[in-house]
Design a protein. Structure first.
Length: 190
């Protein structure tokens, strides 16, 4: 078990040793545990400073929760990726740019925003589906509509058609390979 007050006191003491001071109004703490009742203390008081306990916060662009909930982080990354996509949306539908250049824009600008921190994600089918929906939305913008042979009207591309046209690995496969590469990197560490 953990002792929150003892850990907080050790942190304050360690920062004082090196000449730093912990700002109580800018410092919160979070207990990450599968135990719902883990750390029942909601605030810690040290030297007339109160440190509040939080359930979630954003650290280096990654949404951290006390239950280590990956769906919230994925939702946050998709929201950021969507904002990035909308900023280059006009370029992706511009007819004078080649599809190859549009793919390069997508891979260089939008995908890194979505992939940020994906090495620690444990994906379930629901999250994989959300990621594929996002990617298919972007690919439909890049490829544009197709003319139906029978009716002669424009229509959206079906998912199978997108898979056939897009030769690169889909977003879920790339995330899984990045996770594997990270796992191998960690395994090689001492």
């Amino acid at each position: 078990m953990y002792n929150t007050k003892k850990n907080a006191e050790a942190l304050v003491a360690a920062t004082r040793v090196i000449g730093m001071e912990v700002s109580a109004n800018r410092t919160n703490y979070m207990v990450m545990s599968r135990d719902q009742n883990g750390g029942r203390i909601h605030s810690v008081m040290i030297d007339s400073s109160t440190f509040e306990r939080v359930e979630e916060f954003k650290y280096l662009g990654t949404a951290l929760t006390n239950q280590n909930s990956i769906p919230k982080d994925i939702k946050s990354r998709l929201r950021s990726g969507n904002a990035c996509y909308h900023s280059v949306q006009n370029l992706l539908s511009f007819r004078l740019l080649s599809k190859n250049l549009k793919f390069k824009l997508y891979r260089a600008i939008t995908l890194p925003v979505v992939w940020y921190g994906c090495e620690t994600w444990s994906l379930i089918m629901r999250e994989e589906r959300k990621l594929r929906v996002f990617e298919n939305m972007v690919l439909r913008r890049i490829f544009g509509p197709r003319r139906d042979e029978v009716m002669g009207e424009l229509r959206k591309l079906h998912n199978e058609e997108l898979n056939d046209l897009y030769s690169s690995p889909n977003i879920v496969r790339v995330i899984k390979s990045r996770r594997m590469r990270w796992a191998l990197h960690v395994a090689r560490m001492g």
